[in-house]
Design a protein around this ligand. Structure first.
Ligand code: KG4
Ligand code: ZN
Length: 358
């Protein structure tokens, strides 16, 4: 199922305002996170407990281990977010949690806990789309961003170019037809034995390498806004097998240059085409040093405002969940307590057929 319906209170707007304090909960993958956000933009506290060490030996996220770790960490993480905020839990006005997309077992831990908190505290529960929350992370750091915006959302599971026309109004410009950018980073890092998670490992290794040492292919550099990274990953594997003595740093730097080249070329083209007032990055790969540098350079040349959320806001966190929850509470009202978890949830588009076309 790719959508979820706010059955119990659909259409009933809730009064949210600058004083509304939302507890956000995020457990969709390998970060257990809780945050308190005031008025949809002011982060009062944000706690992220990463499971990286638990999954590192396996070279990737193990779903069952992730669910168990969320179960163990969630209550302490929520408690810490409340203590760090210096508020009493009676001050919390609503509880928001990621309902998808993500790992089903991991999502269920956060959704069930959020509903239980909401019930115990007698406040609304609001289910949040993780992808929409990534779009909202930019607004946490700059609430003055003006529409239309083009958002390049690049994470471990998704690579999308979105035109954000207004709050809640998204048009899909393009997406990956195979691997997500983060997935490509993770797979190439694993192949090169650079460590886990792969994105930061390649980012660091590339600092000592030559980005022009190997000319890896840039796929789909035509007019479309779609991406493809699986051929690039295969090209890296083939090159290293043919040249076993090649420097890993050179491979990392050249691979990273190829990914960033494609991402930046398409994002800036999209921003110009839609007349965007800004180009925003979101998702874990937006923490990449070269991508950040190149996007800012492109925006300066094109005289478009570039906005890069801080690295903590790019990767998974609960402040972005609370921010998106605050917004959704205002437009759609609370979600029913019968809301489930939706592993394949999609971003709600103004033109849902675009998923099929792209
Ligand atoms: O958004 P995120 O934290 O989780 C998902 O929703 O997927 O993104 C995680 C992804 C991973 O693939 C990770 O390798 C990548 O973001 N990543 C990076 C960097 N930091 C994290 N990729 C490239 N460079 C980085 N510095
Ligand atoms: Zn994410």
């Amino acid at each position: 199922m790719s959508t979820f319906v706010r059955t119990a209170h659909a259409g009933q707007r809730s009064s949210v305002g600058p004083d509304t304090l939302v507890l956000g909960i995020e457990t969709s993958c390998d970060e257990t996170a809780a945050a308190l956000v005031l008025g949809g933009t002011e982060v009062i506290s944000s706690v992220v407990s990463s499971q990286i060490d638990l999954h590192a030996d396996f070279g990737g996220v193990v779903p069952e281990i992730a669910s168990r770790a969320h179960l163990e960490s969630l209550n302490p993480v929520v408690a810490r977010a409340i203590v760090e905020a210096g508020v009493d839990e009676s001050r919390i006005d609503a509880v928001a949690a990621t309902v998808g997309p993500g790992l089903i077992g991991a999502l269920l831990v956060g959704v069930s806990a959020a509903k239980a908190f909401a019930l115990a505290w007698q406040v609304p529960f609001v289910g949040v789309n993780h992808l929409e929350a990534h779009l909202y992370s930019a607004f946490l750091e700059d609430p003055t961003l003006e529409f239309p915006l083009v958002v390049l959302l690049v994470s471990g599971g998704h690579t999308m170019l979105i035109e954000m026309q207004d709050h809640g109004r998204y048009r899909l410009l393009g997406r990956t037809i195979d691997d997500a950018a983060g997935e490509a980073f993770d797979k190439v890092a694993r192949f090169l034995d650079l460590g886990y998670p792969g994105g930061p490992a390649i980012d660091a290794a590339a600092l000592n390498g030559d980005p022009e040492a190997i000319r890896f292919p840039r796929a789909m550099m035509d007019d479309s806004y779609d991406f493809s990274f699986s051929g690039l990953k295969t090209a890296v594997v083939n090159h290293v097998r043919k040249n076993p003595d090649v420097s890993s740093a050179d491979v990392a730097a050249s691979f990273q240059a190829a990914v960033v080249d494609v991402l930046v070329t398409k994002a800036r083209r999209a921003a110009v085409a839609v007349g965007a007032k800004g180009l925003v990055l979101g998702g874990g790969v937006a923490a990449n040093s070269l991508l950040r540098e190149e996007i800012l350079g492109a925006c300066a040349t094109d005289q478009i405002r570039g906005f890069l959320p801080s690295r903590q806001m790019c990767t998974d966190n609960a402040a972005m969940i609370a921010a998106a929850g605050w917004y959704r509470l205002g437009t759609d009202g609370p979600s029913g307590l019968d809301t489930g978890a939706y592993p394949n949830l999609r971003l709600p588009l103004i033109d849902p057929d675009a998923w099929a076309r792209s």
